[in-house]
Design a protein around this ligand. Sequence first.
Ligand SMILES: Cc1cc2nc3c(=O)[nH]c(=O)nc-3n(C[C@H](O)[C@H](O)[C@H](O)COP(=O)(O)OP(=O)(O)OC[C@H]3O[C@@H](n4cnc5c(N)ncnc54)[C@H](O)[C@@H]3O)c2cc1C
Length: 233
Amino acid sequence: MQQATLVRTEQLNKNTTSFWLKPDEPINYLAGQFITIHIPHSSMDDRGDKRWFTLSSSPTESLLCFTTKLSNQSSSFKRQLQSLQPGDTLQVGQPMGDFVLPKSTQTPLIYIAAGIGIAPVRSILTYLKDRGEQRDICLHYGVRHEVDICYQDILSNWADTTTIWVSQPGADWTGKKGKISIDVILQNLSKAQRDNGWFFVAGPEQFTEASYRQLEESGIPDHHIIGDYYHGY
Ligand SMILES: Cc1cc2nc3c(=O)[nH]c(=O)nc-3n(C[C@H](O)[C@H](O)[C@H](O)COP(=O)(O)OP(=O)(O)OC[C@H]3O[C@@H](n4cnc5c(N)ncnc54)[C@H](O)[C@@H]3O)c2cc1C
């Protein structure tokens, strides 16, 4: 664990906030990895004072960033997080995780993100853009309402290969309607994507588990599926 200072917060939508941090010592990480955040506080509930968060920042950016949902019924941890002011400090663990780019730039990449699961995708897309690296990318991003969509500016760089699914759309939504369907995703992939692609699934635990299972049942080998399971939602 080491100390990091909150530099600023950024509200992405009504419930979603990014926290930009400056660690005391530089932290080396790969785009898509996660860290632990530790915020000791009094009157702590039974969920404790430590959480895992994916870094939504890219290693090409100078600050670390994680992104999370905050609500009126938040845990004591999230309430404490919400109360932090720029200049306050928290404890950060070492980066971990295999939700990272494969070494081969030829591997097709299929990202399937629900809600806050877009955080590692933001990290990876920012990294690729900053490095000028081209990859065969297909992104499916599911949200409940249009207003929940985050990172439109970054996603617009991949507009041709990005599908945003809105499960409870307003009358003006012209994009994909409904919940993410693994069957539909697979039907629309090229043979190369289906046979050689790596599938990265991120989101609430139940969503990631169900998607992983459906991919496996559809014949995708499990070493081609990488899941980030956000328990607690
Ligand atoms: C590898 C990994 C990466 C992750 N990355 C992210 C990420 O990038 N962003 C992210 O937001 N999360 C991420 N998570 C999940 C994160 O660690 C938290 O578990 C999650 O944000 C929920 O936080 P919370 O427990 O503080 O609950 P909250 O977010 O405060 O609440 C979530 C739900 O639980 C209910 N709830 C709140 N407190 C209690 C309580 N005491 N008892 C029962 N119910 C309660 C709330 O009403 C709400 O419905 C990740 C998890 C893992 C394992």
